[in-house]
Design a protein around this ligand. Structure first.
Ligand code: F6R
Length: 600
């Protein structure tokens, strides 16, 4: 949450930093600001979205930093917007993360400094101001300041009369982009991807001094070198390509994302899977339990994956909401593999759970979309889901790619552990190979799904029901609808309705039933009858024409065996999108939410 960008080069910085903020708006959009420096510092801030911030018109300034905010401390006002400055107005700081000891620091600074915001960040420029009074360099002043901070941060600092920008990170992500005549700063590569795909990921504890043509990175005060990587992204991948919203574009990108997830990993001629896993086979054979840790949509992908892992790798698998995770219960850490599922690789709750597992001595594996993200550095091993950049706040293509990749992981572990027959492996892999085509068949029904969504958009409460792997899809589909339409939506195991939630079912509460293969559709049809007799309209998502007569509307899912529920989810992504579109919601930037949640 919160996006940081910056530019030091030969062009006017204002326009480039402003565009960087537009690119990053999905990380937070309640206020935004830019600082430009030369001999003087100018600050440009607004409450609200980046579009409300005029592009700064200082053509003579080629160094600047910017920030788009998702508030954690203080209201989303102009005063609380970053950059924050010191008492002289010469030092500007943008910050992502949380300074945990800010109360203490603020109390000690208050006698000699004037604070203008309610943010934790504002202590940073004032601390730097004090250190600069000792006549040291900006780099040394930032170094001393970071030694006083507790918590997580990615910061960029610029000051009038000091050349370039100083950046530092502890836990929160920060990377640098390189072109021939400029250095870019980003909390992720989307900030500057139209300018360069050559990047350096800073590590926790790194501090760097940046000018247009030099970058010097320090850790613990000592110079260090970090690799430069070339990202396999282009500007188009991060743009909207003519779609009205990123979410719609990303829904349509799913066949391609799935092909990328599968490509080179499944041998067409045999049933073997290669995920480039470094954890030794002997260890994987000895694992007695898998714990999946994740949040939100990734948690739903975890629920889907858990059934596959239990069944095919024959290993007890639990799924824990990362923010609730605790490594307890007499488990043997040496025999427990903890799998963190996180598209961003930066979710604070998931990272904190991962660290708890590592402290207990468990081995860890990350399933993520983001190269160079914190989870890839902290887990023992990583498998990438290869979905490409996802900008829409509501996760879509990363969910299906997580499920596809987790299915490959289940096959891989089943083979390593010798618990999976060739026939079942072949059936699962052909289901995965068929996924892109099956998803395309759903996308081809877009107009019909849109029409149904428009018919149902007048309702303001929806229930989703499903059994087995239909249940995580019910949860995920309800989450999608609630985040972007603001309607009340809940997912239930089909059989649970009658144990309480049925009291809420009326002719005004549409019920969406997952009736695809492998979800015990006949049993769910009994629950459909229960809700229909209370007058609720029912949408069935099904691959079986026989179910059609029991529901009011059907979304047809092509036959693709064990993967049908995830294909059904794509129909329900479109349904959620068009309900929200009908209500004219800000689909890519739903209220109160941000793409990457880097606070606990
Ligand atoms: C919902 C959504 C969130 C994320 C959750 C975890 O559409 O995107 O629920 O799934 O914040 O994020 P990651 O996967 O980045 O750890």
């Amino acid at each position: 949450m919160c996006g940081i960008t910056g530019y030091i080069g030969t062009e006017p910085a204002g326009e480039i930093v402003h565009q960087g903020l537009k690119n990053l708006e999905y990380r937070g959009y309640d206020s935004a600001g830019i600082a430009l420096t030369s001999d003087t510092l100018s600050i440009h801030k607004t409450e609200g979205e980046v579009d409300e911030l005029p592009v700064p018109s200082r053509d003579d300034v080629d160094c600047g930093i910017g920030h788009t905010r998702w508030s954690t401390h203080g209201e989303p006002t102009t005063e609380n917007a970053h950059p924050h400055t010191d008492c002289t107005g010469d030092i500007a700081v943008v910050h992502n993360g949380i300074i945990e000891n800010y109360d203490e620091l603020k109390a000690s600074l208050r006698a000699t400094h004037v604070f203008e915001s309610e943010t934790d960040t504002e202590v940073i420029p004032h601390l730097i101001e004090d250190h600069l009074a000792d006549d040291i360099s900006l780099r040394s002043a930032v170094q001393r300041t970071t030694e006083q901070l507790e918590g997580s941060y990615a910061i960029a600092v610029t000051a009038a009369g000091h050349d370039g920008v100083v950046v530092a990170r502890e836990d929160s992500p920060l990377l640098l982009g390189h072109s021939d005549d400029a250095t870019y700063i980003g909390s992720d590569a989307t900030a500057f991807i139209e300018h360069t795909n050559r990047v350096t990921y800073l590590e926790s504890g790194d501090l760097a001094k940046l000018t247009a043509d030099t970058i010097t990175i320090y850790n613990d005060g000592e110079p260090v070198t970090r690799d430069t990587e070339t990202l396999d992204w282009d500007a188009d991948a991060a743009g909207k390509s003519g779609y009205e919203h990123y979410m719609l574009k990303e829904i349509h990108e799913q066949p391609r994302a799935l092909r990328q997830a599968i490509s080179g990993r499944v041998d067409d001629l045999s049933t073997s899977v290669d995920l480039d896993v470094d954890l030794p086979a002997e260890y994987l054979q000895s694992v007695e339990e898998i714990q999946i840790i994740a949040c939100g949509t990734s948690y739903h992908a975890g629920l889907y994956a858990a059934d596959l892992l239990e069944e095919h790798a024959d290993v007890r698998t639990s799924v824990e909401i990362a923010s609730e995770y605790d490594f307890t219960g007499g488990r043997d850490p040496w025999r427990t593999l903890v799998v963190a599922i996180t598209q961003s690789g930066e979710t604070a709750d998931t990272l904190s759970a991962l660290r708890e597992a590592e402290r207990a001595g468990a081995r860890t594996l990350a399933l993520t979309n983001t190269l160079g993200s914190t989870v890839t550095r902290e887990a023992d091993d990583t498998v990438f889901i290869r979905a490409g950049p996802e900008i829409g706040v509501a996760a879509t293509k990363t969910f299906v790619s997580q499920v596809a990749t987790a299915t490959l992981l289940a096959v891989y572990l089943g083979q390593v552990r010798n618990t999976l027959s060739t026939e079942t492996a072949s059936e699962l892999l052909s289901g995965v190979r068929d996924l892109p085509g099956a998803v395309q068949q759903i996308l081809d029904q877009e107009n019909a799904i849109k029409k149904t969504a428009q018919e149902y958009a007048g309702s303001d409460a929806f229930f989703y029901i499903g059994r087995r792997s239909g249940y995580p899809v019910a949860l995920e589909s309800a989450l999608k609808l609630k985040e972007i339409s603001y309607d009340h939506a809940e997912g239930f195991p089909s059989g649970e309705l009658k144990h309480g939630p049925l009291a809420l079912v009326t002719p005004d509460t549409p019920v969406i039933a997952l009736l695809t293969a492998g979800t015990a559709p006949k049993k769910t049809l009994n629950n459909v009858k229960e809700v229909k007799s209370r007058g609720a309209p029912v949408i069935g998502v099904s691959s079986n024409p026989e179910t059609t007569s029991h529901v009011d509307t059907t979304f047809d899912v092509p036959n693709c065996g064990p993967m049908e529920p995830v294909v059904a989810n794509v129909a329900l992504q479109l349904f959620a999108y068009y309900v929200a579109d009908e209500k004219d919601r800000p689909i890519d930037k739903p209220r109160n939410l941000a793409k990457s949640v880097t606070v606990e």
